[in-house]
Design a protein around this ligand. Structure first.
Ligand SMILES: [Fe+2]
Ligand SMILES: [Fe+2]
Length: 301
């Protein structure tokens, strides 16, 4: 309730800067062909898929992640409640996220980029599993999580667009990424206000969330293997996670200069610093391994 005026201000800001866009304008409908089944069209075959394999992997991971929107909606609707600016934001955010899955699925189906039967089965499995984040009953933890996660998703969509080599898909994913960026700004601004209202609690939330951060699609079948491929392709890796997601958001909150911390807030800040060091070591090790692998592949060919 203390954050409600901040929610209202940032909701109004969001509505001013968000530009209306239409998913159907980014789908090349003229390329579409009827599939097999009741309508007697052509079954999908591997030869239909024109996009590079890694682009298809990333698109499917991103789409399945977007598909789990009912779970995300349930979480924030339960936590933020239906009233006032909080409730309006929940509805607006859900409507914007809804078009991401619509847009990407329409594109993939019309262009026959992936097997539609495998995609539908993966969606059924993933949505049946549902999603909950590790701190889904705590408002500040959830605000911290989504601040990082929306930015991570933005980068993942953007870089996926690049590896498709298809200007239409890249334009579509750039629109999706622009939405994710505004979501990040909204949540980041709320947590910035929380840092003023209750600095110790906000710091604790950030430290806890960074300690066990996982992408929302972590429950997707084969996620470990797919996320390695995505990291090797430079679509989303530990270096980007640390340098392009975690560090810029922490800098916006100016976490290392926040005044008025209680004892636990100080502990939390030290944990954040240690986490940044750990991420640095992990990112460097990953980059070394990736470079060595690239050298091996180059030597082998
Ligand atoms: Fe999204
Ligand atoms: Fe988003």
């Amino acid at each position: 309730m203390e954050l409600e005026p901040v929610v209202e201000k940032n909701l109004n800001r969001h509505l001013t800067v968000a530009k209306e866009w239409f998913p159907h304008e980014y789908v090349p409908w003229g390329e579409g062909r009827t599939f097999d089944g009741p309508l007697g069209g052509d079954a999908w075959s591997e030869a239909d898929a024109k996009l590079p394999e890694i682009a298809r992997t990333a698109l499917v991971v991103n789409l399945l992640t977007e598909d789990n929107l009912p779970s995300y909606h349930h979480q924030i609707a339960t936590l933020f409640g239906p009233d006032g600016a909080w409730g309006t934001w929940v509805g607006r955010w859900t409507a914007e996220e809804g078009r991401h899955g619509i847009a990407i699925r329409d594109y993939l189906t019309v262009t026959r980029a992936v097997d539609p039967v495998a995609l539908e089965r993966a969606r059924m499995t993933h949505m049946t599993e549902g999603y909950s984040n590790a701190h889904d009953h705590e408002v500040l933890h959830t605000l911290a999580y989504v601040s990082f996660q929306e930015l991570a998703t933005r980068i993942s969509h953007r870089n996926t667009g690049r590896v498709t080599g298809d200007p239409t898909c890249e334009a579509l994913l750039a629109k999706v990424a622009a939405d994710e960026n505004l979501h990040m700004v909204f949540y980041r601004n709320l947590l910035a206000a929380a840092f003023e209202l209750a600095p110790g609690q906000a710091m604790r939330a950030v430290a806890d969330v960074l300690a066990d951060f996982q992408m929302p699609g972590a429950g997707i079948d084969g996620f470990a293997r797919k996320s390695v491929a995505i990291a090797l392709a430079g679509i989303y890796d530990l270096r980007q996670h640390r340098d392009d997601v975690v560090v810029p958001v922490l800098r916006q909150w100016d976490v290392f200069n926040v005044p008025g911390l209680d004892a636990d807030g100080e502990v939390a800040r030290d944990q954040i610093a240690a986490q940044l060091d750990t991420l640095e070591r992990q990112a460097s090790r990953f980059e070394e391994r990736r470079a060595a692998r690239a050298a091996r592949l180059a030597a082998a060919s």
